[in-house]
Ligand binder design. Structure first.
Ligand SMILES: C[S@@+](CC[C@H](N)C(=O)[O-])C[C@H]1O[C@@H](n2cnc3c(N)ncnc32)[C@H](O)[C@@H]1O
Length: 286
């Protein structure tokens, strides 16, 4: 029996109401934002001209709250499907006295409950896990709620490869195959997620102009400052993903348990080497 609430029919690979997932995302937000060079690295973290920001599938709200804290003149809105994450983000905004940050429960697979032309910047980091067939409709909604001249900004990665850990490579292979099986991968073989080569064209197809991108690299090899954080993240995220991987039939409990143990041991080796690539693409609503 599990004490975690059930995943329901959500397409996210982890249970969004899980406390363990929320704790993981709180930590992950810190090292990902830092590894990306700050909140808005492609503009040298310059928010001038930006007054209203939406952070979609904001999780516990770390990115949005940091902007609200550092830029009291900016109004930041976040939404997520998880009531638990939104409750947490609201609580943090309240105790920090951030009247310029608000958070709502909302499903990005449904029409977004914001008027046309609402935001100067519509941001989504690690949100395109939705079925690939649904992404154009989702981006159409993003376009609708962005003001003319405003920006849509998407950040994605091909997960956490490559590394020297054979078990991690196998685990990522399972994830790739599972996502492919449920229509949440652009990869022809299912070996990757395949989202990064698509980002710019998805924005162009949605009608964005001046579409650009920038890549960031996080080295989480042994000895690097973020190594420990990644070890903790992986100990959680891959365990939380087990029901999804087993449920879509790409592995067994026995195999995934073995890989998890092996991966955690390989990550602790002094000669463990690993890189995560992150791509941010952005474009302008004409
Ligand atoms: C990988 S996390 C990214 C969180 C945050 N954007 C960040 O970068 O820290 C994905 C988030 O999507 C949320 N989510 C899952 N399905 C969703 C849906 N249909 N609509 C809105 N949010 C969703 C999850 O609850 C989770 O917080």
């Amino acid at each position: 029996m599990t004490s975690e609430p059930s995943k329901g029919d959500n397409v996210y690979f982890n249970n969004p109401e899980s406390g363990a997932e929320m704790a993981r995302l709180i930590d992950q937000d810190r090292y990902i934002t830092e590894g990306m060079g700050g909140l808005l690295a492609e503009r040298s973290n310059d928010f001038s001209g930006i007054h209203r920001i939406l952070d979609m599938a904001c999780g516990p709200g770390g990115w949005a709250l940091e902007i609200a804290y550092t830029h009291p003149e900016i109004e930041v809105v976040g939404f997520d499907i998880s009531q638990a994450m939104i409750d947490y983000a609201r609580a943090r905004a309240r105790v920090q006295g951030l009247d310029n940050a608000s958070f709502r429960v909302m499903d990005m697979q449904k029409p977004l409950d914001f008027p046309d032309d609402s935001f100067d910047l519509v941001n989504g980091r690690f949100v395109l896990f939705i079925p690939t067939s649904f992404i154009p409709a989702f981006l159409k909604e993003c376009m609708r709620i962005t003001r003319p001249g405003g920006t849509i900004r998407l950040t994605e990665s091909e997960w956490t490869a490559p590394s020297t850990s054979p078990a991690m490579e196998q685990m990522l292979g399972l994830i790739g195959r599972a996502l492919k099986r449920v229509g949440q991968s652009f990869s022809p073989s299912g070996k990757l997620v395949g989202i990064t080569p698509m980002l710019r064209s998805l924005l162009k197809d949605a009608g964005c102009t001046n579409v650009q991108h920038i890549a960031h690299v996080i080295d989480y090899s042994s000895g690097e400052p973020v190594h420990d954080a990644f070890c903790k993240d992986f100990a959680t995220v891959y365990r939380l993903m087990q029901p999804f991987l087993i449920g879509v039939g790409v592995t067994t409990q026995e195999e995934v348990d073995r890989l998890q143990r092996q991966m955690e041991a390989e990550m602790m080796r002094d000669d463990f080497r690993a890189i995560m690539f992150i791509l941010t693409a952005w474009g302008t609503k004409p």
